[in-house]
Design a protein around this ligand. Structure first.
Ligand code: URA
Length: 231
């Protein structure tokens, strides 16, 4: 039998070493879902979408590109970002925003407590235009049905369009970014209803750092919307 004093010491010791966390009688759930596990339907739909882009016949971009750049991030995310087109680094890695513009994008997201693993990222065009030129209207028109479908499948609550190519492709060629940035627009993509905001592309911000103060306003709007929508 333990003496009373000894039992108290033992209890204090176990609470000090956090005994309950170290030894727990409940079985380990090895099939626990993590945050990235998506529904089978969503996974199938994304795979089908990817296949239809891979099977595209009438596109010159893919003949010169090394890889398809489909997306990065969490397909379950309620925040989706769309850029213009892959550059050289993205083409090599098959992932969007991994070059210098991507590093700035990561910093922009970090400024509002987000990171690329928490959001979902894609581009208007899925293959790199040669010499990093802007995609032509004809190229954009080829990929538009795919990005529209992509948004519908991901079904985000917040959609962030990075730069004028994404803005003109998805909300209209008549708009100029200096007037459209920093405004919430409610829009439907198929069955998906989103709050959409346009902000500057990180590559533009690298060339025009003075515009970062406006981008910061947009980022704060995204942070506040995220809180309002309880995302
Ligand atoms: N610029 C973009 O618009 N998309 C990328 O993936 C990389 C750079």
């Amino acid at each position: 039998m333990l003496k009373k004093n000894n039992s108290i010491k033992l209890i204090k010791y176990y609470s000090f070493i956090n005994y309950n966390l170290i030894y727990n009688n409940t079985a380990i759930n090895r099939y626990k879902k993590d945050n990235f596990e998506i529904s089978k339907d969503k996974a199938i739909e994304l795979e089908q979408l990817k296949k239809s882009i891979v099977n595209l016949k009438n596109c010159n971009l893919k003949k010169q590109a090394k890889n398809l750049v489909f997306s990065d991030g969490n397909p379950k995310s309620k925040i989706m970002l769309i850029g213009e087109a892959p550059g050289a680094n993205e083409d090599l890695e098959g992932l969007p925003f991994v070059g210098r513009a991507g590093q700035l994008l990561d910093k922009m997201l970090a400024a509002i407590n987000l990171d690329r693993r928490k959001v979902y990222i894609s581009n208007i065009v899925n293959y790199r235009p040669p010499e990093n030129r802007k995609p032509t209207q004809q190229e954009i028109d080829i990929y538009l049905p795919f990005i529209n479908k992509h948004i519908e499948i991901i079904n985000p609550k917040i959609l962030v369009l990075l730069g004028s190519t994404a803005m003109n492709a998805l909300i209209g060629s008549e708009f100029v970014i200096s007037k459209m940035r920093g405004k919430w627009i409610e829009k439907k993509f198929g069955s998906c209803k989103v709050s959409l905001i346009v902000t500057f592309h990180p590559a533009f911000l690298m060339r025009q750092p003075a515009q970062k103060k406006l981008a910061w306003i947009d980022l704060k709007m995204i942070r506040d919307k995220k809180t309002k929508l309880k995302i």
